[in-house]
Design a protein around this ligand. Structure first.
Ligand code: GRF
Length: 202
């Protein structure tokens, strides 16, 4: 199966996917990595690993619709089975999301439905929760609200600051995202009537 990964920054989730493929744990081919910012460090990482990279710079487009149209055209040139948002920090139009319905995943650094949006680790610390984590979900038009595929929880420890908590969560992101993608490419994960359907061996 062919996947396209969309990034905006460092690309550590992208790397965890490439590593899982290299380790033989994920039967997929990353057809391309696409970034919306030229300074996304993950672009260079992907290029160094021999993955085709593309830049669709959102600042070059008049509005979201124009950007999303260019992004869709770039994605579709690679004919992916799955679109993977990995730290892709752009709100997507409903048209764009509909186009990839049931074949676009996102990872969000909180236990959804808690803490949608930005600064999730800071907000978790402010709220005083004792458990935090990350969520892989199908993408739907409402930001961070799509059907949940898998979550991982971590403890919030006394003395945690934002970076400490973020890195504990990130380590789990790197576990659950390749796993969810594996389920999808193995044909065991579907979105059916707006609900997640997962066929796992008993
Ligand atoms: C991750 O925490 C992801 O969940 C969030 O942004 C971060 C991206 O990190 N949306 P990276 O670019 O994958 O290293």
């Amino acid at each position: 199966k062919r996947i396209v990964i969309l990034i905006s920054g460092r690309g550590s989730n992208m790397c965890s996917i490439l590593d899982a493929i290299a380790a033989g744990e994920l039967p997929a081919n990353v057809a391309a990595v696409i970034a919306n910012r030229p300074e996304a460090a993950g672009l260079e990482t992907a290029r160094a690993r021999g993955i085709p990279v593309r830049l669709v710079d959102h600042r070059h487009y008049a509005d979201r619709a124009a950007f999303d149209a260019a992004l869709a055209e770039t994605i579709d040139a690679f004919a992916p089975d799955l679109v993977v948002l990995a730290g892709f920090m752009r709100i997507l139009t409903s048209d764009f999301v509909q186009r990839y319905r049931g074949r676009m995943l996102n990872i969000h650094p909180s236990l959804l439905p808690l803490f949608t949006g930005l600064h999730t680790h800071r907000r978790a610390l402010e709220a005083g929760v004792r458990v935090h984590g990350c969520t892989v979900h199908f993408v739907t038009p409402e930001l961070d609200h799509g059907p949940i595929v898998i979550q991982a929880a971590v403890p919030v420890l006394d003395g945690d600051d934002e970076p400490a908590l973020a890195s504990r969560v990130l380590a789990q992101e790197h576990v659950i995202y390749p796993l969810a993608i594996r389920w999808f490419v193995e044909g065991r994960l579907h979105l059916l009537d707006g609900k997640v359907k997962l066929d796992l061996p008993q």
